[in-house]
Design a protein around this ligand. Structure first.
Ligand code: BGC
Length: 765
């Protein structure tokens, strides 16, 4: 059966090959290693180098040329081509190449493919691994149904600096939470079997430390101690590798003086030798060319050599491998073994994806192609709504402003209230703006004829022409920041009139999606002036104000916290965002999201991550003293801490009970705690367990998340939660980088956020 499937392309290949009259023996299709070796023996150097080339459809060359290049064996994979009808002719061309090696098709499926789920930072806010798994599985099903084989995801860069635009694309600041999500997504993208037609290969990115770029400036320098790297930034990549990620995308930044793309320590010593990664290393867009601009290579030849030596297998969107590797090998400057290793990994990925057995595994038959790729029937709206509801974080709710009454007259204002494209968030793959539900649509559907929604835009996202020009340049193919031409005051006046007629104001404000994107670093985390002016005018009406935030990073919310009656952080919540937000605003769903990243009070305070190392002169809240670590011109600590989020009900945690106060190595300690819903509504919360190593051979963090559990409780219900801790949870990288658990006292801290915790101590013997 397998042989039969492959037969046409073996025949085609042999008809065009020099062996036309004496076809080479069939490929050993059921033996991965033998197949790779056989192909390596048959391939010319040019064909090998062709396999190392990942081209971008749309920007690298015209489509007609692409087919010729593929048929000539000069391309190993493509990205940005996302339909079966587009991908099929390219696979046909690959099968016409001399050896008929299939190509694979990649794409940035980051938070959904056709159905768009909330952005990654929002997914993390759910603290719900089942919901995240659902988003991953649906993404894989939809992407593979469009003929895609690999996604450049999950993006697991730890972020402590919200100025960085790609904060939106990651899962926040905590190594444990992000690692859990990394593993979950790899497993759900790749499914039970990578060679299944509805699985896609995960290529975890950006290896490594991209989230720590200096000053939050994209593509910048990373200079970091090895301890911090191992303790805080590397674990999520490791978790993805351990979960079996087939690929790793290498970061564009430097790591301690050497660009990641030329960093042998990173890509060989750490990733391959220490972590045992056997999959495919892919460079980021144009990264090998950039080695020249980094100034570590004087010319393209050196750049290609450094990259292949460091361990980049597949080169994305640059031609240096194609141009330079043949000469480098012929002159003996790069051993052929290095090329063979890289080619072997590309072939191995194709094998694992099932493409040697069936090159059309995900492309399918033409007769089965969808008539309309964006057909409603191809979307998974229920899943998107469910996940989006889970990802919303209630930051404030004075006098139970929320939930709103269905009979209320609601003034819905703000530039994001009815914006389809912004609901998608950045990196929205093949998502279609028109298929999203805006907040206006969601609220109108939810209140139906019972209440009333009066809509007024109130403000543009920004009135700053320089910002608009930049944001529209980012989306050069389709400018998407559209301006209402009316004078700002006229828009505000209209919104104020709507507010006066209403019982409550719902203001959807924040960022346009492009403001939280690649290459969208900001020096300010404030709401743009146009939106701030709108909010101030609304507050002056004296009507209750619900601020619905849409944004891709923590914003500076001091003023909003003080003046709004309720604040709901909705991030960019995807295809079903409007319905999901309306569900929460009207109390159909009780919010349960928790922040996966702390919100600073101002840019000057960055970073405000919760798990910082202990200090000799820590600032103590309530006892401001001189000569402690603080800012004297502002309150200290995050405005909203990591793990924070309210509910329409209240929960109480008991004091934790430990199964013992001494822990022997090799044994486990049980921490149990009861959580009670003391309010009047059913609701979910997240019980969070932090640990502090009280004395270490190096300075240890004030706390670190080690476990969490999300649970739903009926009103009045109490539940006992048990967490098991073992020696491995107490380990850290000491000054010699040994991973050790040192004897001594530890504090277990339990809370419903990272700040308000109840603790107990135990000792590791
Ligand atoms: C980004 C990657 C992305 C690639 C391909 C690059 O600019 O850094 O995250 O996967 O483009 O779209």
């Amino acid at each position: 059966m397998m042989i039969k499937r492959l037969l046409p392309f073996v025949l085609l290949a042999s008809a065009m090959s020099p062996y036309a009259f004496a076809a080479p023996p069939a490929l050993p299709l059921d033996d991965r290693q033998a197949l790779i070796e056989t192909l390596l023996e048959r391939m010319t150097l040019a064909e090998k180098i062709g396999q190392l080339r990942l081209i971008s459809i749309g920007s690298d060359m015209p489509r007609e040329r692409i087919a010729e290049e593929i048929a000539a064996g000069r391309i190993g994979a493509t990205f940005n081509s996302v339909t079966r009808t587009d991908n099929r002719p390219m696979q046909d061309a690959a099968l016409r190449s001399r050896l008929g090696i299939p190509i694979f098709f990649a794409y940035d499926v980051i938070h959904g493919h056709r159905t768009i789920f909330p952005i990654s930072l929002a997914l993390a806010s759910s603290w719900d691994l089942e919901a995240i798994a659902l988003s991953g599985r649906v993404s894989a099903i939809e992407a593979s149904a469009d003929g895609l084989d690999l996604t450049f995801a999950p993006m697991v860069d730890i972020t402590r600096d919200p100025r960085w635009g790609r904060t939106s694309e990651g899962f926040g600041e905590d190594p444990y939470l992000v690692s859990q999500i990394a593993g979950t997504l790899v497993r759900t993208y790749q499914g039970q079997r990578l060679s299944a037609s509805d699985s896609v290969m995960a290529s975890v990115k950006h290896f490594a430390l991209y989230g720590a770029v200096e000053g939050g400036r994209d593509y910048n320098v990373v200079d970091m101690s090895p301890q911090r790297m191992h303790q805080d930034y590397l674990p999520p990549y490791r978790a993805a590798v351990d979960a079996g990620a087939g690929g790793v995308m290498v970061a564009l930044n430097t790591v301690n003086g050497m660009p990641a793309s030329a960093n042998r320590w990173l890509l060989r010593d750490l990733l391959r030798d220490d972590w045992g990664f056997r999959g495919l290393n892919i460079s980021d867009h144009g990264a090998i060319d950039e080695l020249l601009r980094h100034g570590v290579a004087p010319d393209g030849r050196t750049a290609a050599r450094l990259a292949i030596e460091a361990g980049i297998d597949l080169s994305m969107h640059d031609s240096l491998y194609l141009q330079e590797l043949p000469g480098l090998v012929e002159r003996g400057e790069v051993p052929i073994e290095l090329i063979d290793q890289a080619v072997g990994r590309v072939l191995g990925a194709k094998y694992d994806l099932g493409l040697f057995h069936d090159p059309y595994l995900r492309i399918g038959k033409a007769a089965d192609d969808p008539v309309e790729v964006n057909a409603e029937s191809r979307l998974h709206r229920d899943a998107a709504r469910q996940v989006a509801r889970d990802s919303l974080v209630l930051l404030e709710n004075r006098q139970q402003t929320l939930p709103l009454r269905k009979e209320a007259t609601i003034a819905l204002v703000g530039p994001l209230a009815d914006s389809h494209v912004d609901m998608l968030g950045s990196w929205s793959a093949a998502g279609v703006a028109a298929q999203t539900v805006t907040l206006r649509q969601g609220l109108e559907a939810a209140v139906g004829a019972t209440g009333q929604v009066i809509h007024a835009r109130g403000a543009n996202v920004t009135d700053d022409p320089r910002l608009i020009e930049y944001l529209n340049f980012l989306n050069w193919d389709r400018p998407e920041v559209t301006q209402d031409p009316r004078p700002p005051q006229a828009m505000i006046d209209e919104a104020v009139r709507a507010a006066r007629e209403a019982d409550v104001i719902v203001a959807a404000v924040g960022e346009s999606r492009g403001m939280s994107h690649e290459s969208s670093s900001r020096t300010s985390l404030a709401l743009p002036a146009s939106q701030q002016a709108l909010l101030e005018a609304l507050v002056a009406t004296g009507k209750p104000l619900v601020v619905v935030l849409m944004n891709g990073r923590p914003l500076q919310l001091g003023w909003v916290k003080e003046h709004a009656d309720a604040v709901l952080e909705t991030w960019f919540s995807g295809t079903e965002g409007g319905h999901a937000i309306a569900d929460v605003l009207l109390g159909e769903h009780n919010p349960s999201g928790k922040l996966p990243i702390s919100f600073p009070r101002s840019v000057g305070q960055i970073p405000t991550y919760y798990n910082h190392p202990r200090l000799g002169r820590p600032y103590v809240e309530g006892r401001p003293g001189n000569y402690t670590s603080q800012y004297f011109d502002e309150s200290n600590g995050a405005l909203y801490p990591f793990g924070y989020g309210l509910s329409y009900t209240k929960f109480e945690l008991s004091k934790p009970q430990l199964s013992g106060h001494k822990l022997k190595r090799g044994q486990n300690l049980e921490v149990s705690v009861t959580v009670k819903n003391t309010g009047e509504r059913a609701g979910a919360t997240v019980v969070q367990l932090y640990l502090q190593d009280l004395v270490g051979s190096s300075v240890r963090p004030v706390k670190e998340l080690k476990r969490f559990e999300k649970l739903m409780l009926e009103p009045g219900e109490t539940r006992l939660i048990r967490f098991e801790l073992g020696e491995s949870d107490l380990k850290f990288h000491d000054a010699k980088l040994d991973y050790v658990a040192e004897p001594g006292e530890f504090e277990v801290q339990l809370g419903l956020d990272s700040r308000a915790v109840i603790s107990e101590r135990f000792e590791l013997l």
